[in-house]
Design a protein around this ligand. Structure first.
Ligand SMILES: Cc1cc2nc3c(=O)[nH]c(=O)nc-3n(C[C@H](O)[C@H](O)[C@H](O)COP(=O)(O)O)c2cc1C
Length: 172
């Protein structure tokens, strides 16, 4: 799969197949995450990869409507950043790298909100992450049935004509 196809076909996946994701793929995905752009090259992130079933269930329960499907995924990557000036931008860049590289490796994923959520503190506590870190996002990952992949491609996206401007914004 080339880079543009990977990018254009990534969609949020909330239903996963019961198939194990190989450790070496997870490591490659984290490798892609750590190469994301980061303001002043601070790299404030840490990635806690959750494979333990009880812990995944606990996170699914804590995140409620946002992440109830996390329990179904074989792996759940949680992204935290140290509380530096650009923690959110850096953490989001790393998050996107995870979503895209997951797609490259044939995995489905979904960005589950972290920062700004009331449950962020509790997730941090459950995973034993120190106080100075902020939860950026939670990403369940897993293989996907073909029919699920087809269904999610139908999601409506704004047309380019509505959102792209040359030189200056103009009312249309
Ligand atoms: C900052 C952010 C937070 C999100 N939080 C959640 C979430 O908590 N639960 C969820 O199911 N999806 C969440 N999403 C996924 C969006 O719902 C999804 O990206 C959007 O509907 C567009 O669909 P697509 O990813 O398939 O293109 C989040 C996405 C972003 C960027």
């Amino acid at each position: 799969m080339d880079g543009i196809e990977m990018l254009k076909t990534r969609r949020s996946i909330r239903t996963f197949a019961e198939k194990k994701v190989e450790d070496k793929i997870i490591k490659e995905i984290i490798n892609c995450a750590r190469l994301a752009p980061t303001a002043n090259n601070v790299q404030p992130w840490i990635f806690v990869v959750v494979r333990n079933k009880e812990l995944k269930n606990k996170i699914a329960q804590i995140t409620g409507r946002n992440g109830s499907f996390i329990s179904q995924a074989d792996v759940c990557i949680t992204i935290f950043c140290d509380d530096v000036k650009y923690y959110l931008e850096d953490g989001c860049a790393a998050t996107e790298n995870i979503l895209l590289s997951a797609r490259y490796y044939g995995l489905g994923s979904c960005w589950v909100a972290g920062d700004k959520k009331d449950y962020a503190q509790e997730v941090k506590k459950v995973l034993n992450v120190p106080e100075n870190y902020k939860l950026i996002s939670i990403i369940p990952l897993g293989y996907v049935e073909e029919k699920v992949l087809e269904q999610v491609q139908n999601i409506t996206k704004k047309p380019i004509e509505e959102i792209m401007f040359i030189d200056k914004f103009d009312k249309r």
